[in-house]
Design a protein around this ligand. Sequence first.
Ligand SMILES: O=P(O)(O)OC[C@H]1O[C@H](O[C@H]2O[C@H](CO)[C@@H](O)[C@H](O)[C@H]2O)[C@H](O)[C@@H](O)[C@@H]1O
Ligand SMILES: [Mg+2]
Length: 259
Amino acid sequence: MSETLVMSESLKKIASESLQKPPALLTGEWALFLDIDGTLLEHAEHPDAVSVSDELRSLLQGLDRKLNGALAFITGRSVAAADQLFQPLKLRAAGLYGLEHRLLPDDDVEVAGEPADIAALADEIQAELGRGAYIERKGRVLAIHTRAAPHLLPRATQLVEQALATLPKGYRVVPGNAGVELLPLEAAKGAAIRRFMDIAPFVGRRPVFLGDDTSDENGFEAVNDAGGLSIRVKPPAHTTAQYGLAGVAETLAWLKSQL
Ligand SMILES: O=P(O)(O)OC[C@H]1O[C@H](O[C@H]2O[C@H](CO)[C@@H](O)[C@H](O)[C@H]2O)[C@H](O)[C@@H](O)[C@@H]1O
Ligand SMILES: [Mg+2]
């Protein structure tokens, strides 16, 4: 390895390690936006294999109360999937990277169907990758999970990238955690956060967003621009987040300290 490469690798490490833990701060002035997987929940082998403890439910309920409702999930899962996980707790939520919004905890969310071209693509990818990959079909969003067969990730990524040429314009490919996702351009966590920030009880507060993934970077930019606070869980070498937390356990401890 060249000396320059060694030096830049060690500089990257320092950059990531130098991210400070976030300060204690949640008062009535703040609005809290939370990613789910990898932030509140440790990753599991399969999307359906995660579970939510009663302790986490009460923590979220307590924070929601403390913030007078200015708390929302901002997740790549659908709102229905988030509800299923956290039941009976229902919170405000943006699902599918902001394609779905539940602005009030009890509102219904209209579930969009799967377009024919996305359905055909999902079938083709499943046939090509076989059972080692799990294709999560989320209407207009496709997640190809390769956690159980990591060697399939490069091919999975190639297949969705190739599909961009044949699909109607307006889709993009985003790296997931042990997988890759295909999503409409308008599905972006930053836009989802901005939408909440325009309405009560969020309006006028400063946003805080916690997330752990590439798709969360856009949310970090949105809260940075709004004078808020961005926190990356397990921060990599490069992130636009201002603060870092080492993992799910440290994130939950920080959230608890805000009650
Ligand atoms: O935005 P998030 O709330 O973090 O959701 C992102 C995706 O999370 C889920 O997939 C990831 O977590 C699974 C459970 O740990 C894991 O098996 C998978 O490998 C991860 O990629 C979820 O299934 C996706 O729909 C979300 O988009
Ligand atoms: Mg996540």
